[in-house]
Design a protein around this ligand. Structure first.
Ligand code: F6P
Length: 199
C-alpha cells in the first residue's frame, strides 16, 4: 500500500475497568477519539499527480469497538475476523488481577513467555501472528492507502512485521490508545513511521 495507518479502537468500556477481551462499546473518551480520527487522517493523505486525494480503505475487526471507532471515516470499510483481538479463552472478560488471583500458574506462564503462551481455550501471540498472514498479504498487495482500526495484540503483530522487529519483542511493542501510527514505505522496501497522538 502507498501508506498505512494503524490505530487501536478508542477507549472501550472494558478498557476503562481493565477487563480484557469481550465485545464492549466505546467509552465516552473513545467516542471523542472516533470523532477526531477523520481530521487526524485527512490532513495526512497524500495527493495524486493531479492533486486529488488518493483512495483509502478502512479495515476493522468484527468487534463493536473497532467498527464504532471507524464509523466517522468517510471511506469504504472492510471487516476482517482475522483482525479480532487475541482470544483470551477462559480468561476473557477478566482483569490481569483476576487472572493472577484465580489462576496464578497461568499468570506466571504468560509472564515467562508472552509470545508462546496460549490462553486456555484461546490464543497465543504466535497464533495471532499466524492468522494475520492473509491480512498482511493483502496489505502488501493493496495499491490504495489503508487504515487499520484494530486491537493492541493484533496491531503489535502487524507493526512488528512491517518494522521488521524480532518476534520476541512483538508482545510488548508500544501501541498506545488514541494514537495514529503512520507507516510510509521507503524506496528500499523498509518503512518509516510516526506516532501521531490525539491533538
Ligand atoms: O486490554 C486491551 C487488550 O486489547 C485485551 O483485550 C487484550 O487481551 C490485551 O489488550 C492484549 O495485550 P497484552 O498481550 O499485553 O495482554
Amino acid at each position: 500500500a502507498r501508506r498505512i495507518w494503524l490505530t487501536r479502537h478508542g477507549q472501550s468500556e472494558f478498557n476503562l475497568v481493565e477487563r480484557i477481551g469481550g465485545d464492549s462499546n466505546l467509552a465516552p473518551a473513545g467516542e471523542v477519539y472516533a470523532r477526531c480520527l477523520p481530521d487526524m487522517l485527512i490532513g495526512r493523505l497524500p495527493l495524486t499527480d493531479d492533486e486529488q486525494c488518493v483512495p483509502v480503505s478502512v479495515w476493522t475487526s468484527t468487534l463493536r469497538r473497532t467498527i464504532q471507532t471507524a464509523r466517522y471515516l468517510p471511506f469504504p470499510k472492510l471487516r476482517w475476523k482475522a483482525l479480532d483481538e487475541i482470544q483470551a479463552g477462559t480468561c476473557d472478560g477478566l482483569t490481569y488481577e483476576d487472572i493472577a488471583r484465580q489462576s496464578p500458574d497461568e499468570f506466571a506462564a504468560r509472564s515467562k513467555d508472552k509470545l508462546r503462551y496460549r490462553y486456555p481455550a484461546g490464543e497465543s501471540y504466535m497464533d495471532v501472528i499466524q492468522r494475520l498472514e492473509p491480512v498482511i498479504i493483502e496489505m502488501e498487495r493493496e495499491k490504495e492507502c489503508i487504515v487499520v482500526v484494530g486491537h493492541q495484540a493484533v496491531l503489535r503483530a502487524i507493526l512488528g512485521y512491517f518494522m521488521a522487529k524480532p518476534l520476541a519483542s512483538i508482545p510488548t511493542l508500544d501501541v498506545p490508545l488514541h494514537t495514529l501510527i503512520e507507516l510510509r514505505p521507503r524506496p528500499d522496501g523498509t518503512m518509516d513511521f510516526d506516532y501521531i497522538p490525539l491533538p
